[in-house]
Design a protein around this ligand. Structure first.
Ligand SMILES: C[S@@+](CC[C@H](N)C(=O)[O-])C[C@H]1O[C@@H](n2cnc3c(N)ncnc32)[C@H](O)[C@@H]1O
Length: 253
């Protein structure tokens, strides 16, 4: 993927961040105005935000679009939040160990969780960081986005070393079948240029349990196999998705 990636900073974009990312990815920061080839991935840093483009497809995080789902009456119907119910009134905390564009983390934060997000892919992390930054500037999202704390890190390494207790670990690693699905949304098609299907499900699940949460929640396709073959204690089944719940500290539930 890296050989097809260009990073362009224009229109008052954050040059320092663009430069820093280009350096880490060992690709030049592109200052040319040459039109990108249709199969080229281009990450633009602009004053209005960070966006990823490939041919006619583009991706820029937008939590404002999700505001209707964040209304209290709608929020309580979200399957993820039903799966995330815990017996704790104050300061619930969650780790989203596979953050992606942070949309699930946003739901958790909107329902009151303090959410630590880990995203290992540097390009996705740049898009996500910018999405959260812009959300903080939107009065209706500020408080929620302030509860989202992003780290560009591999959660398999980070989870066993968390500095504080966490109530929930949420896992949504890319499922191989999604890659082939004709129904995959355009924005996901773009992300799939960057994401790799999870090849080490055992390590991810082991790292999640080493964080000693009350519960691990795993997002799967409705008929998908269990993560690492581990049977959950119970599941929440939706039309397009299933949330498997693994209880860890059973005595506290
Ligand atoms: C299917 S997406 C998650 C989508 C996310 N739930 C959302 O609401 O936008 C999976 C993401 O997890 C990231 N990922 C996979 N393994 C990871 C790991 N070990 N540590 C951190 N991020 C990881 C991938 O780069 C990808 O962005």
């Amino acid at each position: 993927m890296r050989d097809r990636l260009r990073i362009i900073c224009k229109n008052g974009g954050n040059e320092e961040e663009a430069k820093n990312l280009a350096q880490r990815l060992e690709i030049p920061l592109d200052g040319s105005n040459a039109k990108p080839a249709s199969d080229q991935l281009v990450l633009y840093f602009e004053e209005s935000g960070v966006s990823l483009h490939c041919g006619r497809m583009s991706l820029k995080g937008d939590y404002e679009k999700l505001l209707p789902r964040l209304r209290p009456d709608k929020l309580s119907k979200e399957l993820l939040l039903q799966a995330a119910r815990i017996r704790k009134d104050k300061n619930p905390s969650a780790v989203d160990a596979t953050a992606g564009m942070g949309e699930d983390a946003l739901l958790l934060a909107a329902s009151g969780f303090e959410v630590t997000l880990f995203e290992s892919d540097p390009v996705i992390a740049a898009l996500l960081k910018d999405t959260i930054r812009r959300a903080r500037l939107q009065p209706r999202l500020t408080e929620i986005a302030d509860r989202m704390h992003l780290f560009e890190q591999d959660s398999i390494k980070a989870l066993p070393n968390l500095s504080s207790m966490v109530d929930i670990v949420y896992l949504d690693p890319m499922f191989p079948a999604r890659k082939k699905s004709a129904l995959v949304k355009k924005k996901l098609q773009l992300l799939q240029h960057l994401e790799q299907p999870c090849e080490d499900e055992e390590s991810l699940l082991a790292a999640a349990s080493q964080a000693h949460p009350q519960k691990i929640i795993v997002k799967r396709p409705p008929k998908g196999p269990y993560l690492a073959g581990r049977k959950p204690d119970y599941s929440f089944m939706g039309k397009a998705v299933r949330f498997d719940c693994l209880l860890m500290r059973v005595n506290e539930m």
